[in-house]
Ligand binder design. Structure first.
Ligand code: SAH
Length: 352
């Protein structure tokens, strides 16, 4: 019997919550009632759950932690992007980013504290890996974003700190929690998981029967350069990764997006654009070109605007559907690849 509150209530799927209520001999409808308090009313205090009898609330409060994450500090960028330092119950913290754009409210959430994959141009892995986030801690980031936006996010992207496929079970569990129609109800097609290219999990995702968007970080058109930029390429090289993506599309009918960060004079030449187009020609896919965000530990610079334009045009000429992503959040170090864990120690926030 659990006596300390080390369990997060948000780590329970509706099925787990139902089992728990059964084990306590509570009426069958309690599980859904509690679920709605968590994800519809988004309660932050047990006592606000007014239609739950006091003894049940007390029992829940004695076993479960209600708030998986809390906002330690919030910084607003010059472009309305906001970065939240989300503090976890053990004192660790991760960053999440709120990106409002017209009717869209996108939140970029973290899946791990730190990262093992050490892509050279990314800040998140520079201090190594600390631990996985639980499903509840990921759902908690979405709830925190809902509070900060004043409304539920319309889109959720797993593109913050960490490698989602290195924490596959918890990530998928969190997807099912935030997607649940009787809770937050965020549509699967509005949820994007981004991976550095872990092939077994790409294959595994294709069997889940869930229509989430898959993004794969490519960043180079050849093995040598990709291995230099992304050490994971030595384990899962392009020549195996692309067939796995092709197979993913064949089984799910879903198109993969390849992320390609443009780094000046490293991966942005005309030849490289052509090479990339040739590589991707056999796939149904799209390419998302991302400007490099500055990271202290990486000396590369972002491509000149005219080079980026040329690169995109070349891809289009070769029949590849490419879009250029606007960099958002740079003024608060919340752009792609600038997120770090541990906030204060890492010196990324002023705590104001
Ligand atoms: N681990 C996942 C999620 C990472 S972040 C993945 O690798 O896909 C989301 C995207 O930002 C990835 O494509 C990542 O390669 C990219 N990124 C990392 N650092 C960056 C930087 N400094 N500038 C621009 N994009 C970056």
């Amino acid at each position: 019997m659990q006596t300390t509150k080390t369990r997060l209530i948000h780590d329970l799927g509706l099925d787990n919550l139902t089992d728990y209520c059964k084990s306590e001999n509570w009426q069958a409808f309690r599980a859904k009632q509690i679920w709605r308090w968590l994800y519809v009313q988004q309660a932050t205090e047990w006592d606000s759950m007014t239609n739950i009898p006091a003894e049940i609330r007390e029992q829940l409060a004695s076993v479960f932690q209600l708030n998986a994450v809390s906002a330690d500090s919030v910084e607003t960028g010059t472009d309305t992007t906001r970065k939240i330092l989300a503090e976890l119950t053990d004192g660790d913290s991760v960053e999440e980013v709120l990106i409002p754009a017209g009717p869209r409210r996108t939140v970029c959430i973290s899946s791990q504290v730190g990262c093992k994959f050490a892509c050279t141009f990314c800040a998140s892995g520079q201090a190594g890996f600390h631990r996985n986030l639980s499903a509840g801690e990921m759902a908690g980031q979405v709830l925190l974003a809902a509070r900060a936006f004043g409304d539920n996010p319309t889109n959720v992207v797993y593109m913050g700190i960490g490698e989602p496929f290195d924490n596959y079970d918890a990530v998928l569990k969190s997807v099912r929690i935030i997607n649940h129609p009787e809770g937050l109800g965020i549509g699967a097609r509005r949820i994007t998981i981004s991976t550095c290219g872990l092939i077994p999990e790409i294959t595994r995702l294709s069997g889940e029967g869930i229509q989430v968007e898959l993004s794969v970080s490519l960043h180079a058109p050849d093995e040598a350069l990709r291995s230099k930029l992304m050490p994971i390429n030595k384990r899962y090289p392009i020549k195996e990764l692309l067939p796995a993506c092709r197979e993913y599309t064949r089984t799910t009918g879903r198109i993969v997006t390849f992320e390609y960060t443009l780094i000046r004079s490293v991966n942005d030449s005309e030849d490289q654009a052509r090479g990339l187009a040739r590589l991707l020609a056999p796939l149904k896919c799209r390419v998302n070109l991302i400007p490099l965000s500055p990271v202290d530990e990486f000396s590369g610079r972002s491509s000149e605007q005219n080079t980026a334009d040329m690169f995109m045009e070349k891809l289009a000429d070769e029949g590849i559907n490419a879009t250029a992503r606007q960099s958002r959040g740079g003024s608060v170090n919340a752009a792609c690849g600038q997120l770090r864990f541990g906030g204060k120690e890492a010196g990324t926030t002023d705590g104001s």
